[in-house]
Design a binder for this molecule. Structure first.
Ligand SMILES: NC(=O)c1ccc[n+]([C@@H]2O[C@H](COP(=O)([O-])OP(=O)(O)OC[C@H]3O[C@@H](n4cnc5c(N)ncnc54)[C@H](OP(=O)(O)O)[C@@H]3O)[C@@H](O)[C@H]2O)c1
Length: 336
């Protein structure tokens, strides 16, 4: 069992140093096995992973219901360990389409009421809008969550994929524990403006995509056929020449990992862990096998020579292709 923990900002709780991102158990990465997904949540809690991340729009409620079932069927001692981080705001349709974002205060209250029911809990540990609503000032959305904190429905307020200015405005409205944003060896744009800002304000990062959605996990191959509804089938980094270039980077990283006697995924996660105590990587494991591999990263210590070898294998800015398809890039905290 892991006892590694990290603080979630200066105002939040301590959480496990690795969080479990549950999105792929319901949506966006093709079919997942429900029984194995629930077993993975149980195994994570058993291993000391307390932070579980979800969104009400992952599978239109499916992911929250799955987590709710995992919590109901877990032994009480494990259930009580769970710290739930929930995103809201993204609008869906019955065919799975996306319809923008809603951050109006009335919508925030509506979203949380449904999430509490689906999760089967009386409070959410960290609540955040998935993308800032361009039509609603962030102060109004964060202010609405602050009211939920006062009433006890939510414990803490987080942010997701917003830029440094929005982080400042949100933090001036209410205490913010963490910003959830993509950060990996091949997505390092947060280092420029966002990390200095969150550090100044005492806000942590919960880093997603630390394996770049599997691309730099060491398990992804150019031959893998992705279903049409797999988000990666439309992601620039997974296309043609970009994919071949990016997998060459993975092969360079594989040599560094082999010299250290660890796997590619472990060295990629360990690199994010090494960026600071204020960074909590969310790993998207949806099987126990992948979870076990990810947890191994907690025991990998990278010294200066290791970090230099990693940097040489995957220099900053080395990835080919943007991290999101063009229309989605406009709504992100960093445009790289
Ligand atoms: N705030 C946001 O905008 C945002 C956006 C995206 C995600 N998130 C959150 O962050 C979480 C993590 O993101 P992600 O799922 O894209 O991250 P990730 O960990 O970079 O990618 C997960 C994928 O990598 C593959 N993989 C291979 N080896 C693995 C290993 N040892 N451990 C884990 N995965 C391995 C898995 O694919 P196979 O199962 O096919 O092997 C898995 O689907 C999500 O679950 C979600 O909660 C937030």
């Amino acid at each position: 069992m892991t006892t590694h923990t990290r603080p979630l900002g200066t105002t939040g709780p301590r959480v496990s140093a690795l969080g479990l991102g549950c999105m792929g158990m319901s949506a966006l990465y093709g079919e997942a096995d429900r029984g194995e997904a629930i077993a993975t949540v149980h195994a994570a809690l058993d291993a000391g992973v307390t932070l579980l991340d979800t969104g009400d729009f992952y599978g239109m409620g499916h992911n929250e219901m799955l987590i709710g079932e995992a919590l109901r069927t877990a032994p009480a001692a494990l259930r009580e360990r769970a710290q739930l981080s929930v995103k809201f705001g993204a609008l869906r349709d019955p065919d799975g389409g996306w319809g923008g974002v809603d951050g109006r205060p009335a919508a925030v209250k509506n979203f949380v009421a449904y999430s509490l029911q689906r999760l089967g809990v009386d409070h959410i540990d960290v609540y955040r809008i998935a993308r800032a609503d361009p039509d609603v000032p962030i102060e109004e959305t964060v202010g609405a969550i602050a009211e939920l904190v006062e009433k006890g429905h939510v414990r803490h307020i987080g942010l997701s994929e917003v830029g440094a200015d929005t982080v400042r405005r949100a933090a001036a409205t209410a205490p913010i524990t963490d910003l959830q944003i993509e950060y990996s060896l091949i997505s390092r744009a947060v280092e420029e403006q966002i990390l200095p800002t969150t550090r100044e304000l005492g806000i942590s990062l919960t880093a997603y995509g630390v394996l770049s959605r599997g691309l730099i996990s060491g398990h992804f191959t150019a031959e893998r056929r992705l279903a049409a509804d797999d988000w990666r089938a439309h992601s620039p980094r997974f296309q043609g020449d970009n994919l071949r270039h990016n997998l060459d980077l993975v092969e360079a990283l594989r040599k560094v990992a082999a010299d250290k006697g660890v796997s590619v995924a472990q060295i990629a996660i360990a690199w994010v862990l090494s960026r600071g105590e204020d960074i909590v990587p969310l790993v998207g494991a949806r099987t126990r096998e992948r979870l076990t591999e990810s947890l191994g990263a907690l025991d990998v210590t990278l010294d200066a020579a290791d970090l230099a070898a990693i940097e040489q294998a995957v220099p900053q800015g080395a990835a080919a292709g943007d991290r999101y398809p063009a229309p989605q890039m406009a709504h992100l905290g960093t445009r790289e």
